[in-house]
Design a protein around this ligand. Structure first.
Ligand code: NCD
Length: 306
């Protein structure tokens, strides 16, 4: 089995054994990094990060991952400063970037399907770091790594995914990633307007899934509550966003009403849906989750670059 040279566009591009290999490797890199700044596993390599949509965690964790591997990270920079401003097409931008000879291109942009398009154009392998509302496979790897560390297993886990399930790319990728394992269940918690896209649930083969409108009805049954932000930038009607943005708020006061509480995850950034008073609770795992992204991306970069 080899991931070398492969494009990672969807969570479905990775088989269960490959996911397990990456998670194990992430764990050993985490241990090896204790007290060290660099593992020198990719000293002569170049990782090109191209983020044409806003990003903090994903961009930085890829850049740190490259640095800790000993690879050089080169960043495309802000779109406002690039020739995209002058009207350069996406295809030309990808051809250009690829022409410099990076060992891998990490790409985020807003058009669903354009990560795949880039992979068709580029010689270098492309890792999808988010293509619009479609997918975010490396976040899903980070998420299952966090679940495995916190819950101790990746089979038979009960996960509630809450918030903007319609526009959230972390939602589809996490669903597909959980479906690589056995006996998991997903409860999609959202108002009707923001429920999960039909193609996501129809893609699930092993995972039991159900929908709920009220989080209080299901929370005590969950091992993990995965909270997501209402994706303001994906709404065509901003009035609709204003109406739905306060649909759910997870606060300490809310969580303390329940006898049995799941761990709380969130891909971040959070806006109104998760209050800061949750941060001090033992169930809060989202900052740890963000940190985990570095180790997982180290493992993925190393394997893809070979
Ligand atoms: C997510 C994203 O960009 O899809 N953030 C991330 O990568 N950690 C979630 C979000 O923006 O809501």
């Amino acid at each position: 089995m080899s991931i070398k040279g492969r494009d990672i566009i969807s969570a479905l591009d990775l088989k269960r054994e490959e996911v397990e290999l990456l998670l194990n490797e992430a764990e050993s890199m985490r241990n090896e990094l204790k007290g060290r700044r660099c593992l020198h596993l990719a000293d002569d390599r170049v990782v090109m990060t191209v983020f044409l949509e806003p990003s903090t965690r994903t961009r930085l964790s890829f850049q740190y991952a490259a640095a800790y591997l000993g690879a050089r990270g080169i960043d495309f920079g802000a779109t406002e400063m690039s020739s995209i401003q002058k009207g350069e097409t996406f295809e030309d931008t990808v051809t250009m970037v690829d022409g410099y000879g990076p060992d891998v291109i990490v790409l985020r942009q807003s058009v669903p399907g354009n990560a795949k398009r880039a992979a068709e154009i580029a010689r270098a392998p492309v890792i999808n770091a988010g293509d619009g509302a479609n997918e975010h496979p490396t976040q899903a790897l980070t998420d299952v790594y966090t679940i495995r560390r916190e819950i101790g297993r990746l089979n038979g886990v009960k996960v509630g995914i809450m918030g903007d399930l319609k526009h959230g790319r972390t939602v589809s990728s996490l669903s597909y990633m959980l479906d690589r394992f056995d006996g998991n269940s997903i409860t999609y918690i959202a108002p009707d307007e923001l429920q999960v896209r039909p193609e996501v649930v129809s893609g699930l083969t092993r995972t039991k899934h159900s929908k709920a409108e009220r989080v209080e009805d299901v929370i005590e049954e969950l091992d993990v509550l995965y909270v997501t932000r209402i994706q303001k930038e994906r709404f065509t009607d901003q009035k609709e966003y204003e109406r739905l943005k306060g649909s759910y708020v997870i606060s300490r006061g809310f969580l303390e009403k329940f006898r049995r509480r799941p761990i709380i995850m969130h891909p971040l950034p959070r806006v109104d849906e998760l209050t800061v008073d949750v941060d001090g609770m033992k169930e809060a795992k989202y900052f740890e989750q963000a940190k985990n992204g570095v180790y997982v991306r180290m493992a993925l970069l190393k394997e893809v670059m070979g």
